[in-house]
Design a protein around this ligand. Structure first.
Ligand code: ATP
Ligand code: MG
Ligand code: FE
Length: 338
């Protein structure tokens, strides 16, 4: 069957066509990064307007690249939330119109379920599995007891990892989004400036990154007061090591506690080289198979939304045309059978 998926939750307009929920026939992504860069972050109002400009073009391109006709589309999936409400609305309106015009089912989809199930496009998921979600807006440890059943074990109490990376990058004078620059700089460092690790309560799977971000800023200010300039590379490495220690430390502890048979890394920060390397080594040592999507499926794209929507397609769980954009949307509530 052919599933057409739409993603517009933030600053990427993306449309994909999947065959049988697994094969990517097309996955067209139009990024607005260049537009938002001069503001140092995503401007919601501009994001919505850009989605409106791009959506029909991207849609046509996705269908054309897939080599099918619109009459061969069997279902339409769309990111329902979480995300920027004005941005989500553009995708939701497009998906509803298509579903109505083509008379095919509509599947409202959760953005983070998409990030997690991007892994299903590259391999078989074995349950129970543990997902480490690290993105621009989320940092979560999610237990998947069975297919499509989500239980959040821990989440960030303040900044998401990607957000912390972007704020630190800004302090180091890198353009937005700065995560990849910090990652690269950290690899060029000879030594590291020791920074704190926010483990929180011993049994907690929650995260906090705002203190670490402040520690980086404090190091820069301290050096400036003395008329020095700190080694940005050593700072980047100190920051990256702290982040990696904590996120992989907690993920491996959860993997042991719940006896999972697979680890899934996902979200934009899964592109981080240091994080990929460390998690790969730790999973090998513990004998837990690990899946990490290729970079193009880690950041926002519609193919991952289709991969998550396929769970609902196979169970015949469709969404009515009353579907609304949900800027705040619980992943657990999106579980199958709910
Ligand atoms: P969410 O999915 O939570 O709504 P989002 O979709 O905006 O957020 P993603 O596109 O998944 O987020 O990820 C973008 C984030 O990933 C940015 O903060 C970016 O800096 C970060 N990032 C990308 N590559 C790297 C890297 N190599 N190292 C660290 N961070 C990175
Ligand atoms: Mg983005
Ligand atoms: Fe995302």
């Amino acid at each position: 069957y052919h599933l057409l998926a739409i993603e517009t939750s933030c600053d990427e307009t993306s449309v994909a066509v999947l065959r049988n929920g697994r094969d990517i026939l097309s996955n067209i992504i139009s990024s607005q990064i260049e537009t938002h860069r001069r503001f140092g972050g995503v401007v919601p109002e501009i994001a919505s307007r850009k989605h409106v400009e791009s959506i029909t073009v991207i849609l046509e391109e996705a269908v054309r690249t897939a080599g099918i006709g619109l009459d061969q589309v069997d279902a339409v999936a769309v990111t329902q939330g979480p995300g920027l409400v004005g941005a989500l609305l553009v995708g939701v309106v497009a998906a509803k119109s298509l579903s109505m015009a083509l008379d095919v089912p509509l599947i409202g989809t959760h953005h983070i379920a998409g990030h997690i199930y991007a892994n299903r496009l590259i391999g078989e998921i074995v349950y129970p599995a543990l997902a480490l979600v690290v993105s621009g807006g989320h940092t979560e440890i999610v237990l998947l007891e069975s297919e499509g059943v989500f239980r959040i074990l821990g989440r960030t109490r303040d900044d998401a990892v990607g957000e912390a990376y972007d704020k630190v990058a800004r302090a180091l004078n890198f353009p937005y989004p700065g995560g990849p620059y910090v990652d690269k700089l950290a690899h060029e460092a000879d030594d590291e400036i020791e920074l704190p690790r926010a483990w929180l309560e011993p049994d907690s799977y929650d995260f906090s990154f705002s203190g670490l971000k402040s520690a980086v800023l404090a190091e820069i200010n301290r050096a400036r007061m003395k008329g020095e300039s700190p080694s940005f590379a050593s700072l980047a490495k100190g920051f990256q090591e702290s982040v990696i220690d904590v996120v992989t430390g907690k993920a491996m502890r959860a993997a042991r506690e719940f006896g999972v048979r697979q680890m899934l890394l996902c979200g934009g920060v899964a592109a981080n080289r240091g994080l990929r390397e460390r998690l790969t080594r730790l999973c090998e040592e513990s004998g837990v198979p690990l899946l990490i999507p290729p970079l193009s499926l880690c950041t926002d794209n519609a193919a991952m939304i289709g991969a998550a929507a396929d769970l609902k397609w196979r169970r015949g769980e469709f969404t009515s045309l009353e579907l609304k954009a949900e800027p705040v949307f619980s992943l657990e509530d999106w579980s199958v059978g709910k």
